[in-house]
Design a protein around this ligand. Structure first.
Ligand SMILES: Nc1ncnc2c1ncn2[C@@H]1O[C@H](COP(=O)(O)OP(=O)(O)O)[C@@H](O)[C@H]1O
Ligand SMILES: [Mg+2]
Length: 306
């Protein structure tokens, strides 16, 4: 097998006796975007910080393009790595140009290389007309694109993004994804941490992270196709459906979807739903969110039984 861009083997990390990440293994190839998907507190940030070499694992190992970030000097992995933390802050008082110049110095970039890359990144992010605008005066989407540009100035081969589109409007989010696809096509490997299921579904592969463990991993489309629990749409009758979910114990998840409700039913228990709701219930195609909610529920139940 060729060298992975990112490899984590049996990573483990606790804070004050509380496990944040537990026996987590993953592998990301060049040109691939891997979604680390999970609710708040699942361990996404802790995982990325270990991959970035910023937080020592209690156990396990990390390799970035074959280099160990925790070896003395990091084996020179830093020049290959870009990391955009969750609370990424640029200098609000500095302009777009000044922020990028700051990163030029931080990465010790030569002027010609910097000028070339900056021009390309500003064109790609469409920030070129805003060079003199202060970062604090940028819109949410522009701010995130400037943040992305700043971590790409040194042309990393591996990019770790921690909820990079949080608070970004759908149009800017799309532009952000278009940018990422351009870099993927050039062979960059990306780990994308997110709590939102629709973004997860855009990744090549995803790992469902819950309480520090990967519950499931694979291509989003394949995971959804292989999902074995029946899903229904139920129109109206929200109170009755909630009561049914509560009393029957036959649902693994349910979520509002406009005027309807989606409900993931335990396999073999469809009859109970259909008997109660009749023609108000109709079969639906599972979504990635259905799958994730059901897996979390199954996991909780397994823990309670243990
Ligand atoms: N520096 C820290 N000190 C103590 N607990 C932490 C620290 N960082 C994370 N945790 C805990 O570890 C768990 C995972 O957190 P985190 O990795 O931030 O999850 P996520 O990014 O998925 O929201 C949470 O229970 C969180 O409270
Ligand atoms: Mg986080």
């Amino acid at each position: 097998m060729s060298e992975a861009a990112v490899e984590a083997v049996e990573l483990r990390r606790a804070f004050g006796g509380q496990l944040a990440v537990s026996s987590l293994s993953l592998r990301v190839e060049p040109g691939e975007i891997y979604g680390l998907v999970g609710p708040d507190g699942a361990g996404k940030t802790t995982t990325l910080r270990m991959l970035a070499g910023l937080l020592d694992p209690d156990g396990g190992r990390v390799s970035i393009l074959g280099r160990d970030p925790f070896a003395r000097g990091g084996g020179g992995f830093r020049e290959f790595l870009g990391y955009m933390p969750q609370q990424y802050s640029l200098y609000g008082d500095l302009t777009v140009d000044e922020n990028l110049a700051f990163f030029r110095e931080m990465f010790c970039l030569r002027r010609e290389a910097f000028a070339r890359r900056k021009e390309r990144l500003l064109a790609l992010t469409r920030l070129a007309p805003f060079g003199r605008r202060r970062a604090s005066a940028l819109s949410g989407g522009m701010y995130k694109k400037l943040a992305l540009a700043s971590v790409l100035l040194h042309e990393p081969k591996v990019l770790l993004l921690d909820e990079p589109t949080n608070g970004v409007d759908p149009v800017s989010r799309r532009e952000f994804w278009d940018l990422l696809h351009g870099f993927l096509a050039e062979g960059m490997a990306i780990v994308f941490a997110t709590p939102t299921m629709d973004e997860a579904a855009r990744c090549h592969r995803v790992g469902l992270l819950y309480e520090g463990r990967l519950l499931e991993e694979g291509r989003p489309g394949e995971l959804v196709r292989a999902f074995e629990q029946p899903v229904f749409r139920v129109s109206g009758e929200r109170d009755r459906l909630e009561a049914w979910v509560e009393e029957s114990g036959d649902a693994l998840a349910f979520t509002p979807a406009g005027a309807e409700l989606r409900v993931v039913v335990r396999r073999g228990r469809e009859k109970s739903l259909l008997e109660t709701f009749g023609s108000a219930a109709s079969p639906a195609m599972p979504t990635f969110e259905d799958l994730f909610l059901a897996r979390v529920r199954e996991r909780r139940e397994a823990e309670r039984r243990a």
